[in-house]
Design a protein. Structure first.
Length: 268
């Protein structure tokens, strides 16, 4: 699925050489036949990318080599480029991860008001975890008030960018670490507040279990997305409400509906 975040025609297929192992593995499990047909042609035409995928993720090397072997012979340069563009467009979320300065300028981040997060609870003197920190939207908003913030981000390029951004902004109480929502690298009950945005939802119960594990009793778990373009006629997320989240709605500056969610941890 493309979010229209990039003009894929402007990007080289070699951008995929910047991808982390987990992204290479994720791509290999995509079930979209059209995407895989285009990827097969693009990999044959770009043997360095095929080699990189196999080297970066050896457990999926055979898959990628078999996929490349399924590509038709005699493909024209024009069609190869069409296939590359199809793949790049379909992976637009991952492509912007590789170019964080571009990601930082996307409207859903740029148009966001930090009061959308800070109005949910008091961050003063608190220990905070930001999961899937990206370019630091939530971590940077919390930093002036929190005692310290851990920005947990699995994309290496984003971690590098965020460290440079924090240094440029002279923010000294945010620590950037590698980690995912599915396996948070922290001990139990460490944080007063756990925040996320745009990473929660693949497996709500398991992800909430991980978030709750690292949250102190009495602490707050928050899901605070950026600005949205689209209306949400179905209203708030029913699964999150069933899991005990409270919520608030506002109309995005981009015209869409935004729902923020929060939940207090009451039991160990």
């Amino acid at each position: 699925m493309s979010y229209g975040w990039i003009d894929a025609k402007e990007y080289s297929f070699n951008s995929l050489l910047l991808m982390d192992t987990w992204i290479v593995r994720y791509i290999s499990h995509k079930k979209n036949p059209e995407f895989n047909r285009n990827l097969a042609v693009a990999l044959v035409a770009n043997p360095v990318v095929l080699w990189y995928f196999g080297s970066k993720c050896p457990d999926r090397r055979e898959y990628y080599e078999t996929l490349a072997g399924s590509a038709p012979a005699g493909v024209s340069p024009e069609h190869i480029r069409e296939c590359e563009i199809h793949v790049l467009d379909a992976l637009d979320t991952f492509i912007v991860y590789l170019y964080p300065a571009i990601m930082d300028e996307l409207p859903y981040i740029k148009a966001w008001d930090m009061q959308r997060l800070l109005s949910i609870t008091d961050f003063t003197g608190k220990t905070v975890l930001d999961i899937g920190s990206g370019t630091g939207r939530l971590a940077i908003a919390a930093a002036p008030f929190a005692k310290w913030v851990y920005a947990c981000e699995p994309v290496d390029r984003l971690r590098e960018y965020l460290r440079e951004k924090l240094a440029r902004l002279k923010i000294e109480n945010v620590y950037v670490v590698d980690g995912t929502l599915g396996k948070l690298p922290f001990p139990d009950e460490l944080f007063d507040i756990v925040v996320s945005g745009h990473v929660f939802g693949d497996d709500y119960r398991e992800e909430l279990r991980q978030m709750s594990r690292v949250t102190k009793v009495g602490g707050c778990i928050i899901d605070c997305p950026g600005e949205e373009y689209e209306k949400c006629p179905d209203g708030p997320n029913r699964e999150m409400i069933e899991l005990g989240f409270e919520y608030a709605h506002y109309e995005s500056s981009l015209g869409g509906d935004v729902y923020r969610y929060w939940k207090w941890k009451t039991n160990p």
